[in-house]
Design a protein around this ligand. Structure first.
Ligand code: F6R
Length: 366
């Protein structure tokens, strides 16, 4: 059932090209330059006029939501707020009549997310779901939604569900842009063509595994790691740090790279490993400056790059190359080496990769 892999997590990481293809099936039409999302089509009026989108989720699904915020604001120009479901449900949140609430949950059984949905519904909001498990509590509690359709995820650490959620959010951002005409036909069609090629890029990115495995040996005795990224790579840094801490038990934090100077830089010394998402996209020069700041304090630098021969490579102790792509595909591609890194570090440290201590696959308690 693990398909020849030693762990479900590794199998699920390697399934991502296929699972993303499944997720896009019947929804992405590159020839027509169109996105079709049947599960939410009856809400087109609301989607077109939404004044704000509030996304509620927990853990990895919350990280996917943060990427959704970048994409929806960029392409559809609708303001988005992303909230931990557990905070949303216990506050007295403001929900107005033209607000749309989206709940993201792989399992569809997370107690905090379900309570957030109930609260939003009581306040009169339409709530849509992004869910993996068909017929789950979240899918039943929401007014409509988009399944990720990535197949069952067994490993406790979420991997293919995350890339499926981000794929759905990318399709949603482009769908909203299509409804609202916030992108020109040509821009939209270019994005949809690139999105359609994402599984090929994912296959390519997975080839970094040997390199990542070698780097993992060097992290055997690490006690602390910081993950840094800017823009839509910032939530990927959060996700990379969560993966490492939950399965390898190494303390790890993600930050927006520019926040380092506001505190975390005090932690940098020769014992600290800093993992940069440093692909050739926006803010590349700024990231190079951040790498120099870490080096000057003797921190060990591992960089995820899309250009192995560039300046970042010259400044880093280790580089992992992923394929160069449009920036909006970067979150999924950059997450792959970070998933593999967490897996291999945990394996080398003798941890139970598929069932880390203290964790359950779905968190049905508050
Ligand atoms: C991390 C992880 C958790 C879940 C979180 C929400 O790898 O799996 O952080 O993402 O418990 O779960 P769902 O998405 O099922 O609501």
């Amino acid at each position: 059932e693990k398909g020849g892999y030693n762990h479900f997590m590794l199998k699920e990481i390697h399934e991502q090209a296929k699972s993303i293809r499944e997720c896009m099936r019947g929804r992405v039409y590159p020839e027509q330059g169109k996105i079709a999302l049947g599960g939410i089509a009856s809400f087109d009026g609301l989607l077109k006029n939404a004044e704000r989108i509030v996304i509620v989720a927990c853990g990895t699904s919350w990280h996917a939501g943060l990427i959704g915020e970048y994409l929806i604001e960029k392409y559809a120009r609708i303001p988005v707020e992303v909230e931990y479901a557990s905070e949303f449900r216990y506050r007295d949140p403001v929900i107005r009549s033209n607000d749309l609430v989206i709940a993201i949950s792989q399992s569809g059984e997370t107690a905090d997310t379900l309570s957030a949905i109930d609260l939003a519904k009581k306040m009169g909001a339409v709530v849509l779901g992004i869910c993996n498990v068909v017929g789950s509590s979240v899918s039943r509690a929401t007014d409509g939604g988009i399944y990720t359709h990535v197949g069952p995820e067994v490993g406790v650490a979420s991997t293919k569900a995350f890339s499926g959620q981000v794929t759905v959010l990318t399709m949603l951002a482009l769908y909203l842009a299509q409804l609202k005409e916030t992108l020109s036909k040509e821009e939209r069609s270019n994005c949809i063509h690139s999105l359609w090629k994402l599984p090929e890029f994912v296959e390519e990115a997975l080839k970094c595994e040997d390199q990542v495995q070698r780097i993992a040996y060097g992290m055997l005795r690490s006690r602390n790691c910081i993950y840094l990224g800017r823009g839509c790579a910032f939530p990927v840094a959060l996700e990379g740090a969560l993966k490492l801490k939950e399965i390898s038990y190494i303390h790890a934090e993600g930050y927006p790279a520019a926040e380092m100077k506001h505190g975390p830089i005090a932690l940098i010394d020769e014992e600290m490993t800093v993992i940069f998402i440093a692909t050739n996209h926006s803010y590349h020069e700024k990231i190079i400056n951040n790498i120099q700041e870490v080096r000057a304090r003797k921190g060990k630098v591992i960089a995820i790059v899309s250009n192995a021969g560039g300046e970042v490579a010259a400044l880093s102790d280790e580089v992992v190359q992923i394929p160069h792509s449009d920036e909006f595909l970067l979150p999924i591609l950059a997450a792959i080496p970070l998933q593999l890194l967490a897996y291999h570090v945990a394996l080398i440290r003798g941890c139970n990769v598929d069932q880390p201590r203290n964790l359950a696959k779905s968190v049905t308690v508050e």
